[in-house]
Design a protein around this ligand. Structure first.
Ligand code: SAM
Ligand code: DTB
Ligand code: SF4
Length: 331
């Protein structure tokens, strides 16, 4: 079975991007079932049409409000329902957040992603959040926030403040999602994405693999993302970071090739989107990461910390880039 890369775009597409937004699960599974080398070749071919294959974008995370979250996401160390090492903290002071942004810029990141362990932002938090966005923008960095569910007024406020991207992941397939989170529905997530799009913000949305889901679930997650009215500009693909105390701790490790396949299929389906090799890189070998870049990943989280867990040292990443001949975007 071979699938031509021409199938990803369609000149008759009613969508302004010219891409397809009507993929069936069966079609997506056909990509997953390709021999690995054929899949990688197709993904590289698509990737090279839209991007320089030797450039990777660097995003730096900052946890502006850590822990104490009322939600029950079974993967998350920040939920107050699980006993983890994460202590609940208050919203960080704006100046502290901007200090982190200056360091991120000095280290070569081009996007600063601020995350809060909230179900959704409260009115009382919005003034500080707006100041953070303005400050990051003044530094000439792209700004991204992930604060939980947003209504359309909140999305408009963030847009007005100058926010570039809003991250809200679908996390898994509609079916498997119910096994992972019960305190908000899949539809709630889609509604937030609609509010974000409606406000004119760029969407960053992806999910997590390695939570015990099936291949069909991975296909279903990508199906949700690709069939949105607009492909998300950024698609973070996280490999579950297993944190002691969370219900998903102790799940068997997934086959690394299945992770790489997910990246490759995301690349083929959403040719012009940034596909981010996100959480979980510390558990990956250099060779696995290189295969992810070959599969079309062109963005990473950079810096020693994700939100609450560790990420590879900057020097380690820069050495890997040098060995692969990869140049960070903006340099
Ligand atoms: N609280 C907000 C929300 O959930 O919408 C924003 C922050 S939340 C930590 C952002 C995303 O991080 C989650 O949707 C999930 O995809 C990812 N994430 C959280 N914990 C993770 C873990 N242990 N491994 C991999 N990804 C994780
Ligand atoms: C995303 O998709 N992954 C990031 C970001 N968006 C907010 C978060 C990863 C969190 C990993 C676990 C932790 O450090 O707490
Ligand atoms: Fe809360 Fe977000 Fe963690 Fe879910 S993923 S428990 S909403 S911080």
């Amino acid at each position: 079975m071979s699938v031509s890369s021409e199938q990803v775009s369609n000149i008759d597409s009613p969508y302004p991007d010219g891409f397809r937004h009507n993929w069936t699960k069966k079609e997506i599974l056909e990509f997953f079932d390709l021999p690995m080398m054929d899949l990688l070749f197709q993904a590289q071919t698509v990737h090279r049409k839209y991007f320089d294959p030797n450039r990777v974008q660097l995003s730096q995370l900052c946890s502006i409000k850590t822990g104490g979250c009322p939600e029950d996401c079974k993967y998350c160390p920040q939920s107050s329902r699980y006993q983890t090492d994460v202590d609940a903290e208050r919203l960080m002071a704006v100046e502290k957040v901007l200090e982190g942004a200056r360091t991120a810029k000095a280290n070569g990141a081009t996007r600063y992603c601020m995350g809060a362990a909230w179900r959704s932002p409260k009115d009382r938090d919005m003034a500080a959040v707006v100041d953070m966005i303005k400050g990051v923008k003044d530094l000439g960095l792209e700004s991204c926030m992930t604060l939980g569910m947003l209504d359309s007024d909140q999305a408009a406020t963030l847009k007005e403040a100058g926010l570039d991207y809003y991250n809200h992941n679908v996390d898994s397939s509609p079916e498997y999602y119910k096994e992972i989170i019960t305190t908000r529905t899949y539809q709630d997530r889609l509604d937030t994405l609609e509010n974000v799009r409606g406000a004119g913000l760029n969407v960053c949305s992806g999910g997590i693999v390695g939570m015990g889901e099936s291949k069909a679930d991975r296909a279903g997650m990508l199906q949700t993302l690709v069939n949105l009215p607009q492909h998300p500009g950024s698609v973070p693909i996280n490999m579950l970071v297993q944190v002691e105390g969370t219900p998903l701790y102790g799940k068997g490790q997934m086959d690394p090739f299945d992770f790489i396949r997910t990246i490759a299929v995301a690349r083929i389906l959403m040719p012009a989107s940034y596909v981010r090799l996100s959480a979980g890189r510390e558990a990956m070998s250099d060779e696995m990461q290189a295969m992810c870049f070959m599969a079309g990943a062109n963005s990473i989280f950079y810096g020693e910390k994700l939100l609450t867990t560790t990420n590879p040292q900057q020097n380690t990443d820069l050495e890997l880039f040098a060995r692969l001949g990869i140049t960070p975007e903006g340099q």
